[in-house]
Design a protein around this ligand. Structure first.
Ligand code: ATP
Length: 387
């Protein structure tokens, strides 16, 4: 077993036996009620071995409850949870090859770093020598050498987070659940820890499910994201799909900033839709299919895809895909360092936001308040949302 002390071999030891197309985890119609309140409402989801999956959603949407069902701290009222094809409903938390790292870290304050990490191994009845070797391996993995004897209150927030991670990884779970693991860290430490977590997950080849309400964190770390709203899983997609092709207005607004223009379908030529919007006039969108629900449509465009030109210059030359041109006046300028967000009050009545990267060092923003501009974007860069 000596070779198991190398990080790479840990992954080999932890890998479950799965058929090629079999998910590691299958959640099948999971429901959880607290009295009359439905916290998790019919969630079905497959997660493959080796995935870094993020559950994203606003506070109270049921993310933690779903995670607690996977860990065995809550029992589903309906539905099944299968790990490697086996229903784990009857398995107690410590019997599951799943570990959970809590938001609060839940470290034992009276135990040293070493004993905190060893706790679960002792409970599992591992031999003393093996525990010492495993703890040393975990300490090295999370770079806490030399701190083994310290108590949690003698550590920084980032170091406590690493102890919690080492403790959660020590039993080599097939699946690691992380509930807002970086919430207690400041921005810089969060970013470096995100990178470390991703590297660790890749090295160990383990499956991680992270719960977060921070969309940037989910986008940075996860290979796929599941968005939850009011107990329901409303979209599961890669970060890019989620951002570029959100399924609904709610998701589009929850993930990043977006301009939305409500309107009605005027025409469809098999390739492009023309939608007459109340606040921005007719807009053209490239869309391979005609929307099913024709009643209330929205044209959605991300601020960084909206360009600005001075009105005098006549906007953008006509070439390539159809250009949507919206005339208006700059009403607000917000300098953010790397980019500036301009709010344009449109002559048609609405407003549009344009985020422009500050690629050149200069003393002032490119456009000032009251500047007449044309806000423009191509028909490829916007999408139509039906709900
Ligand atoms: P946050 O991001 O704030 O942690 P969350 O998405 O993780 O939120 P949950 O903790 O899963 O949300 O809670 C979902 C809903 O279920 C909330 O409205 C919460 O008040 C409720 N809830 C959670 N646990 C219980 C419980 N034991 N009894 C009653 N209601 C509960």
């Amino acid at each position: 077993m000596a070779d198991e002390r190398e990080g790479i071999k840990v992954a080999a030891a932890a890998k479950p036996h799965l058929a090629a197309d079999q998910p590691l985890l299958r959640i099948d119609g999971a429901v959880k009620d607290f009295g009359a309140f439905r916290a998790v409402d019919g969630v079905s989801l497959d997660i493959g071995a080796g995935e870094f999956f993020a559950l994203l959603g606003p506070s109270g949407c049921g993310k933690t409850t779903l995670l607690r069902m996977l860990a065995g701290f809550e029992a589903p009222d309906q539905g099944r949870i299968l790990l490697g094809g086996n229903d784990i409903a009857q398995a107690l938390p410590h019997e599951r090859p799943i570990n959970m790292m809590f938001q609060s870290y839940a470290l034992f304050p009276h135990l040293s770093v070493r004993d905190n990490i060893a706790f679960g191994l002792r409970r599992a009845g591992m031999a003393r020598g093996d525990i010492a070797a495993r703890v040393a391996e975990m300490v090295a993995l999370v770079k806490l050498e030399g701190m083994e004897k310290r108590k949690p209150d003698q550590l920084s927030g980032g170091q406590r987070q690493r102890v919690a991670l080492a403790r959660a990884l020590a039993r080599r779970p097939q699946l690691l659940l992380l509930d807002e693991p970086l919430a207690a860290l400041d921005k810089k430490l969060r970013e470096s820890t995100q990178a470390e977590l991703m590297e660790l997950q890749r090295r160990l080849g383990m499956t991680f499910i992270i719960v977060t309400h921070d969309q940037e964190e989910a986008m940075t770390m996860a290979t796929r994201i599941g968005v939850m709203d009011a107990g329901k899983l409303v979209q599961v997609a890669t970060p890019r799909q989620l951002y570029e092709a959100p399924r609904s207005r709610w998701i589009a607004q929850f993930v990043g900033d977006i301009n939305l223009f409500e309107g009605e379908l005027q025409s469809y030529d098999g390739h492009r839709l023309t939608i007459v919007t109340r606040d921005a006039g007719p807009l053209v969108v490239v869309e391979p299919r005609v929307p099913v629900g024709k009643a209330k449509l929205s044209v959605a465009i991300r601020p960084e895809k909206v360009k600005l030109s001075r009105r005098e210059s006549g906007g953008h030359a006509d070439q390539g895909p159809a250009i949507n041109r919206l005339e208006g006046t700059v009403s607000d300028v917000c300098y953010l360092g790397g980019s500036t967000t301009y709010t344009v009050k449109l002559d048609a009545g609405g407003t549009v936001q344009s985020a422009i990267a500050n690629t050149v060092r200069r003393d002032a923003d490119a456009y000032g308040v009251n500047q007449r501009v044309v806000a423009w974007f191509t028909s490829n860069d916007c999408v139509v949302l039906e709900q």
